[in-house]
Design a protein around this ligand. Structure first.
Ligand code: NAP
Ligand code: G4F
Length: 378
């Protein structure tokens, strides 16, 4: 039975990776941060399972800014595999918190590697590197040999993490890998990342809980994949004979605007764009109420839940209503305009290939938020 240690276990990826490792028969140790309110929502289903907690899943308070804590946890848990997912992972926030982001995302990685060196624990290390390293892209598509040009304090901090992993691999013969992962999303994605912000807002607007979805750059393009598949790829990297770095991506790129259009289309709403720049607006040009009612019926077994009336829905999604706006608040001082990855190395060496592509990802996410808001109302 193998033992793994996961930092960032309460995050999107940490929660899926924990499920994958438990399923494979691992003992999983996770590092959680002290917080003034509950931060274990994504792993509560595991945490509350008496078959797992303190038998196969162990949680420890910790923080990647605390060196002695990391040393102690390594000594205590002796993991054969470490997945370093902890990060201040929001690119826009990194412009407001550049020093903190560097402490966690750059120096945090060094602390961990150095703790492995100090304790001399025989382990394998996965580092959550990112397509943000490519930033202002130097070639299209991006692969493991594409030069980096980060465009945010987050990207710059992660480039330190990337190189310190390679340095420790070469200097101390550590089994340490960088997974250069392109954007990956899911219903568990944090609500302030653009995909989840869109799907959650679209569901809320439909049920009259929100008027407008304000976004920043609608024309940024990303290579968006499905998080559980990417977490399986992390595990595969640590099962190889030799430590190497791998790109994981879908090989497709789409704009934020396309994500918005497809999300609303799933709800039966077509949008027309009017205006330019911060004055651009997304206006409802048609609405298929029959589709919407059938979506509701499929969730609520032919009963309109929470007293929702057809007239209310027609009013919330009235033709001519502005439901998407642009706010400069969400623009970044320097933007990453286009990302599209080439994961052929991962396909060849790991046998990894993503199955969920853009259209299906949008459906998975909007369906989950639609159901959540219809049944729980938040
Ligand atoms: P996420 O949902 O934001 O989760 C981040 C995790 O890190 C959370 O568990 C968070 O704890 C924890 N954390 C933050 N600061 C910490 C600290 N100082 N000490 C210990 N833990 C800390 O991120 P994600 O989407 O799962 O991404 C996982 C990793 O992959 C991150 O390193 C991210 O930068 C990287 N990455 C993500 C993507 C993507 O598209 N998702 C792509 C490439 C790379 P709390 O829950 O307490 O906040
Ligand atoms: O969803 P985002 O905030 O993700 P971003 O910046 O691509 O970063 C994510 O993916 C990286 C991998 O490439 C990870 F390393 C990182 O940790 C994180 O998970 O923004 C995506 C795009 C950007 O171009 C942004 O400017 O969407 C644009 N956008 C437009 N309006 C917005 C908004 N982003 C956010 N968060 N909120 C908006 O209102």
């Amino acid at each position: 039975m193998k033992t793994a240690l996961i930092t960032g276990i309460t995050g999107q990826d940490g929660s899926y990776l924990t499920e994958i490792l438990l399923e494979k028969g691992y003992i999983v140790h996770g590092i959680i941060r002290r917080s003034s309110s509950f931060n274990t929502g994504r792993i509560d289903h595991l945490y509350n399972n008496p078959e797992l907690l303190n038998k196969k899943l162990f949680l420890h308070y910790g923080d990647v800014t605390d060196t002695s804590n990391l040393n102690r946890l390594l000594e205590k848990t002796h993991p054969e595999e470490i997945y370093n997912l902890a990060a201040q992972s929001h690119v826009k926030v990194s412009f407001e918190l550049p020093e903190y982001t560097t402490e966690v995302d750059a120096v945090g990685t060094l602390r961990f590697l150095d703790a492995i060196r100090e304790t001399e624990i025989k382990t394998k290390f996965y580092q959550a590197s990112t397509s943000e390293l490519y930033g202002k892209v130097q070639e299209v598509p991006q692969n493991e040999t594409t030069p980096f040009y980060p465009r945010s304090p987050y990207g710059v901090a992660k480039i330190y993490g990337y190189w310190i992993v390679i340095n420790y691999r070469e200097a101390y013969n550590l089994f340490a890998c960088n997974g250069i992962l392109f954007n990956h999303e899911s219903p568990r994605r944090g609500e302030t990342f653009v995909t989840r912000k869109i799907t959650r807002a679209a569901a809320r607007i439909s049920f009259g809980l929100q008027d407008i979805l304000y976004l920043g750059n609608l024309d940024a393009k990303r290579d968006w994949g499905y998080a559980p598949e990417f977490c399986e790829g992390m595990w595969l990297m640590l099962q190889q004979e030799k430590p190497e770095d791998y790109v994981l991506a879908t090989g497709e790129t789409h704009s934020v605007r396309e994500f918005v259009e497809l999300t609303f289309k799933w709800l039966g709403v077509s949008l027309e764009w009017k205006g330019k720049g911060v004055n651009e607006k997304g206006i409802i040009s048609s609405f298929d109420i029959d589709r919407f009612i059938s979506l509701m019926d499929s969730v609520s077994e032919k009963k309109l839940t929470r007293g929702i009336k057809k007239e209310d829905i027609l009013n919330n999604l009235k033709i001519g209503k502005e439901i998407v706006g642009v706010s400069a608040t969400y623009f970044r001082p320097t933007e990453v305009d286009l990302l599209i990855g080439d994961a052929s190395k991962a396909k060849k060496k790991l046998g990894w290939e993503p199955k969920v592509k853009f259209h299906q990802l949008v459906e998975i996410m909007i369906e989950a938020d639609f159901k959540k808001i219809l049944t729980r109302g938040f």
